[in-house]
Ligand binder design. Sequence first.
Ligand code: DGL
Length: 277
Amino acid sequence: MSTKPAPIGIFDSGYGGLTVFRDIRAKLPQYDYIYLGDNARAPYGPRDFDTIYHYTVECVRHLFDMGCQLVVLACNTASAKALRTIQQQDLPKIAPDRRVLGVIRPTTEIVGDFSKTKHVGVLATRGTVVSQSYVIEIEKFFPEIKVFQQACPMWVPLVENNEHESEGADYFVKKYLGELLAQSSQIDTVVLGCTHYPLLEKKIKQYLPPSVLLLSQGEIVAKSLSEYLHRHPEIEDVCSKGGSVEYYTTESAEDFDRKAAIFLGHELRSNHLALST
Ligand code: DGL
């Protein structure tokens, strides 16, 4: 039985995944996409493993129900806490021919190419930090690198509430960067290990020493997805090509339209997705 080509699913706990989606769409404009933000339950960062896994798998199933054959978890927290279980336990049972990819692997594969001091900082949610995913993955590719992690629990709420350009944001940007840099004076590369954080990039750059390179994931993930599709023609064949985008949110569609338009720089019309739990 042949599979009907369908849009690529992009998932995040909220708006953050839009920073990755923007770059994916710029690099791969020919495909159709469905973006799903679980805004009703964001932030995921402070939640426990089981909760993040259940929320993520539920959203992935919704994207599968909409036909998606390939889903990108454009969320570090979901990639850290749920991706492996979905790939190893759920997919073989519920959808053996479909694929779910994350954002941590593409980032850790290349981070060592940027650091000269071999001291790398990772800014992420508490969930991602506690999972140690960045430490474990970077160790696989670049065992000589020392990773220093800093959880930034206030940053996602600032972004989700559209306060990322406020004075309050300055306080929390300075605070977490200070705590990261206090761990090592040799950090020369800092990874924005949460897809919400590029919205704070201007302020982060303002408070980071100019010699420190700030890496955000959008272009890295877009390039990695493009290479993946090239290596896997059987998946590429089932990604439909019409250049369309549909947006879904588990919160109010009007709210999503207003805030997502600020992030993307253009108007859009989203749909509300009702959760069963
Ligand atoms: N954007 C997400 C990430 O990359 C999750 C933020 C959250 O919901 O806490 O980690």
